[in-house]
Design a protein around this ligand. Structure first.
Ligand code: UDP
Ligand code: MG
Length: 154
């Protein structure tokens, strides 16, 4: 089963949107397998967003991401990376589908309420940055066979 990282960003934490964002992912049928509240340091932001350090907006992004704790969450499901990216919407929230998480809750391309991994490789790298093996919880969902076909549960 595929896993993906979702970060509930500082703007969403400050605005009290944690519960509503988690509800969207739960309602869709993704399974929460890990979570922790973390205050990012400058170094973590540089490592996490290493593809963006040369961008003109990077200093602002670093200030934003270190301003308030973020909630790190790991979700499991068939094609979880792709499904969650779509649920979150595109980077610029003004362009995001209005029914997506970014499209629902944000007007910004920086303060866009959530991060989600861009590819399965990115998901593996990001999850291992923040979570040890023991922190990813394998648990049985009682409704699993009502939510997924047998071949989708692998
Ligand atoms: N970002 C920004 N301005 C931009 C592009 C990105 O402030 O023009 C910020 C925004 O918070 C975004 C993050 O940098 O979510 C990471 O950028 P990326 O291109 O990886 O977008 P994402 O994968 O988050 O959609
Ligand atoms: Mg990205």
């Amino acid at each position: 089963m595929q896993r993906t990282l979702v970060i509930i960003k500082p703007d969403a934490v400050q605005r009290g949107l944690i519960g509503r964002i988690i509800s969207r992912l739960e309602e869709k049928g993704l399974k929460l397998v890990a979570a922790k509240l973390v205050k990012f340091s400058d170094d973590i932001v540089k490592k996490f967003y290493s593809h963006l350090t040369d961008k003109p907006f990077f200093q602002d992004l670093k200030r934003f991401m270190t301003s308030t704790p973020v909630l790190l969450t790991v979700w499991e499901g068939p094609e979880a990376v792709k499904v969650v990216r779509k649920l979150c919407g595109v980077t610029n929230s003004r362009e995001a589908e209005p029914s997506s998480i970014r499209g629902s809750f944000s007007m910004s391309s920086m303060c866009n309420v959530v991060h989600s991994s861009g590819s399965p490789e990115e998901a593996e790298r990001e999850i291992s940055m923040f979570f040890s093996r023991e922190e990813i919880i394998q648990w049985e969902r009682k409704l699993e066979d009502l939510m997924l076909a047998e071949d989708e549960r692998e």
